[in-house]
Design a protein around this ligand. Structure first.
Ligand code: C5P
Length: 298
């Protein structure tokens, strides 16, 4: 029988995102509080003797080097040509693309973990994280911890040992936003910042959601709200419907709200629904074992 493994890869939201400076390499130095949420894609990998194939439920998703999943498999094959085999990867996409939810980054991280197991590479998590950072700034987080502070490009991680379960209502407005163009349009104001990420982390750990929502900000939000004027209305509506806080996730286009009461969250879901939107009510992930089988995490 062909060895296979199946798992889920989550979305993330940024519970605050501060841009500190522009670097010589063109990237931006930032600090953010990442949180995995259980809006998930599903992946099944079949181990083959050779070759690489990606099959996706969405025909518009590239199935070549344009997809981070293939890039992730290639990085392993290039680094360890003697030890790698082949694979057929089945990807069932639920998380929208260009949404600020890290869906593709999560897929790539899952494939690194899955192939490490199926191909018997026995690479340590730190080695996988180092390869992940070559694939994208958000990819290492998905190998690390369900909640973490990200610094540098986002790849320098500090775990946040949170077991706080809360509800996250995400509104994808029906269009994608390009991360590179948002960062390109950012005009940095070097003002002194009072709300550092550690303060946000403490509000989260104490389940002080209203305080978290009052204190957080996303420096990319004004850039995105200026271009896509309808998004600030979603944020206002979310707050009016009882969210403890609402914010753009990453570089958008998704606006999310946090709730500690599922009934209020469900009511907000029903009231925000519109034909061109995609909504999802998720919970915070508190353990990687909610996503990956134990053998993948060893
Ligand atoms: O690393 P990733 O491929 O996700 O980044 C996409 C683009 O977003 C980069 O090419 C860069 O323009 C921008 N970016 C940035 N600073 C970061 C992360 C991303 O300028 N910390």
């Amino acid at each position: 029988m062909t060895p296979t493994i199946s798992f889920k890869t989550p979305a993330k939201v940024n519970l605050g995102l501060h841009i500190l400076s522009k670097r010589e390499d063109g990237f931006h130095e930032l600090e953010t509080l990442f949180q995995m949420v259980n809006w998930c894609d599903e992946i099944k990998i079949e181990c083959l003797s050779r070759g690489l194939e990606l099959v996706c439920n969405q025909p518009d998703i590239p199935n070549d080097e344009g997809n981070l999943v293939i890039k992730a498999a290639h990085i392993l094959q290039t680094r360890f040509p003697e030890r790698c085999k082949g694979a057929k990867i089945h990807l069932n996409k639920n998380i929208p693309h260009g949404a600020g939810l890290g869906g593709g980054s999560g897929n790539a991280a899952g494939v690194l973990l899955g192939l490490n197991f199926l191909w018997g590479l026995k690479l340590k998590r730190e080695e996988l994280i180092s390869m992940a950072s070559e694939l994208g700034s958000d990819v290492p987080f998905f190998l690390f911890s369900p909640c973490a502070i990200g610094r540098g490009r986002g790849e320098i991680l500090e775990p946040v040992k949170s077991s706080v379960r809360f509800y996250i209502l995400m509104v994808y407005p029906g269009f994608a936003v390009s991360t590179a163009s948002v960062f390109g349009n950012l005009k940095l104001k070097l003002t002194k910042r009072e709300n550092n990420i550690s303060i946000l982390k403490n509000f989260l750990l104490q389940s002080e959601f209203a305080q978290l929502g009052a204190a957080w900000s996303n420096d990319l939000e004004p850039v995105v709200f200026q271009e896509y004027t309808g998004l600030s209305g979603i944020k206002k509506d979310m707050l009016a419907l009882g969210a403890k806080g609402a914010l753009l996730s990453g570089s958008g286009s998704t606006v999310f709200g946090i709730f500690d009461n599922p009934e209020i969250a469900n009511n907000a879901y029903a009231r925000l629904e519109r034909g061109d939107f995609r909504l999802f009510l998720a919970e915070s992930v508190v353990s990687l074992s909610e996503l990956y089988p134990e053998e993948m995490l060893r």
